[in-house]
Write a protein that binds this ligand. Structure first.
Ligand SMILES: NC(=O)c1ccc[n+]([C@@H]2O[C@H](COP(=O)([O-])OP(=O)(O)OC[C@H]3O[C@@H](n4cnc5c(N)ncnc54)[C@H](OP(=O)(O)O)[C@@H]3O)[C@@H](O)[C@H]2O)c1
Length: 225
């Protein structure tokens, strides 16, 4: 039975990854911050790990609890958007900058060296749930500036993880889930959460068609960095 670890599994895209992998009979670890979220994940049949990505003690605990595990898929999904009003005319306040950059960039930087080696034995896949808004090539407007900057930086973390871990057999993907109806995406987004996750799972499940070191949207289209 393959094993997946979903970082940020309490709701939205992360929770749907958990549900879909469980439905396929996978062994699934999901991280949460609150007790109600832990209980819900347990009820679904997932193994739960308490992990606030900003908390150094939680990171050490996660690493310790996963010691000796072998993973087939690792989803780095936890993220925040930050202030809605952030653009080239309205630079972010320092506290907003710190929260968004620490969550979307520093946390993946610190997580990867602890968990990516667990994918080596199964030649597994490390998938960063990034965003098309992080594409520098595609940037045509400055709304969501802080989020865009953080996702561009996360893309670099993913590319560097590919450079370092491909030799261990780990495939590193950068994925855009679409604009999805979640708390972050809002009710007017155009993609259903189940369709987004089914699409990304198809990419994750097909290393031949979708090699590592690349940036894809949930439909499998290549995106420019
Ligand atoms: N929805 C979209 O349209 C869209 C588009 C492009 C990219 N994305 C990306 O997809 C990912 C998931 O987005 P979503 O739409 O599912 O967002 P969401 O509904 O707002 O859920 C965010 C998830 O991240 C977790 N999280 C946030 N800060 C955390 C922290 N400090 N420690 C641990 N977990 C933390 C949340 O946990 P709590 O429940 O504990 O807060 C929650 O599980 C994000 O990286 C986002 O940037 C989303």
């Amino acid at each position: 039975m393959p094993t997946a670890l979903v970082i940020g599994a309490s709701r939205g895209l992360g929770l749907e990854f958990v549900k879909q992998y469980l439905a396929e009979g996978w062994n699934v670890f999901g991280t949460h911050r609150s007790e109600p979220d832990r209980l819900r994940l347990r009820e679904l049949g997932a193994h739960t790990l308490k992990f606030d990505v900003l908390d150094t003690n939680d990171l050490a605990g996660l690493s310790w609890q996963l010691d000796g595990e072998k993973l087939d898929v690792l989803i780095v999904n936890a993220g925040v958007y930050g202030p809605r009003a952030s653009n080239i005319h309205q630079p972010p306040a320092p506290d907003d900058f710190d929260l968004v950059m620490r969550t979307n960039v520093l946390a993946p930087m610190r997580l990867v060296p602890l968990v990516a080696p667990l994918l080596g034995p199964s030649r597994g896949t490390l998938a960063f749930i990034s965003s098309r808004m992080g594409s520098i090539a595609d940037a045509g407007a400055s709304y969501g500036m802080l989020y865009r900057v953080s996702k561009a930086a996360e893309n670099m973390v993913a590319k560097l993880a590919h450079a370092e871990y491909a030799t261990l057999g780990v495939r590193v993907l950068t994925l855009h889930p679409g604009w999805v109806r979640t708390d972050m995406g809002g009710p007017n987004a155009d993609v259903d959460v189940a369709a987004s996750i089914a699409g990304m799972r198809r990419i994750i499940d097909n290393p031949t068609a979708y090699p590592g070191g690349s940036f894809y949207d949930y439909r499998g289209q290549s995106l420019a960095w």
